[in-house]
Design a protein around this ligand. Sequence first.
Ligand SMILES: Cc1cc2nc3c(=O)[nH]c(=O)nc-3n(C[C@H](O)[C@H](O)[C@H](O)COP(=O)(O)O)c2cc1C
Ligand code: SF4
Length: 348
Amino acid sequence: MDVFSPFKIKNLIFKNRFIRSATHDWMGNEDGTISDRQLALYKELARGEIGFIISGHSCVEFPRGRAGIRQNRIDDDRFIDGYKKLADVIHEARSLFAIQISHAGLQTNTNFTNGVEPIDHNTIDANDIGVLVDAFTRAAVRVRLSGADAVCVHMAHGYFLCRTLFSDSNKREDEYGRSIVNRSKIALGIIDSIRKAVGLDFPIFVKLNSTGGGDKHIEIEELVAVSTLLEEHGVDLIEISGGVVGSKDNPIDRLNIIRIEDEGYFLERARVVRKNVGTPLSVVGGIRSLSLMNEIIKSNIADFVSLSRPFIREPDLVLRLKNGQEKASCISCSKCRNFDGIMCVFNK
Ligand SMILES: Cc1cc2nc3c(=O)[nH]c(=O)nc-3n(C[C@H](O)[C@H](O)[C@H](O)COP(=O)(O)O)c2cc1C
Ligand code: SF4
């Protein structure tokens, strides 16, 4: 068994263990719909034989939940058609596809929210929590209607749900704070509501922060407790990530991953989750070498490996690795974060 072996979750057969982790591309149309540029990008990724492709995060509530410019939206039925086209180009190349749904929470600013004040996870009231549960649920139903194979709920990188979960960012004193069970209530309420709406057979995936909701790393026990609750609530795959967007001390996309010792910077956290939780797992963060990818699968640390930046430089990376290349060429400089559309600086 290695990274090229198939895997099954519910009725989905993954042709290999590669996941293109969610990657916002700044290529969406200004109105939040899917652009022709995005159709071309995803076609290229799928032709590169990535088993499972997760879209960039799509916002479930507009304008309050928007995280950035040219972000795709899924807060209305009119966005389904674009995602249908995206699902089609990916399925034509026989890859699987999920849409990541997210709410920015505090991790945005009024330039992106058309002047509307962002919501604060620490002060939001029960009424607003209900609005958000509804927004995530309707978005997940649209994911299913678009023909995608799964929905991926964003609980990482300091966005709204991530900050509700962990003790370093959730400072509430009410029924949504103080204990791990209370802090998980909003996220689990959303998972339960989505499950009810999309049915038992439709896979629900979660991208989960392993480091907490802020700049400092939380204790590993907290991560295990949240993962256990996600398992109990029927989540089908947990993708272990970490960090907070824009954080110097705890970045999501660490720089200069050149030596194999620096690769897989959330692996140790994934390893502990694996020991305690039965849900299928993936892990993201600086995974570059084929030998490490195979080691992750063979030693059962995770069932999948997720990559983001390497597929910007080499959309055909899976084929290259199959044909003898030993590692991704990406040097993890993150200079591909280009507001006119992601692009590797070496591919100009
Ligand atoms: C340009 C760019 C956009 C990203 N957009 C998202 C996103 O929409 N959702 C998400 O969960 N993570 C996003 N990420 C984080 C990646 O999915 C991944 O977790 C991180 O880059 C570490 O993996 P890597 O070392 O393989 O790049 C983004 C990263 C980059 C570089
Ligand atoms: S610019 Fe290119 S080499 Fe640098 S992180 Fe992005 S894809 Fe990798």
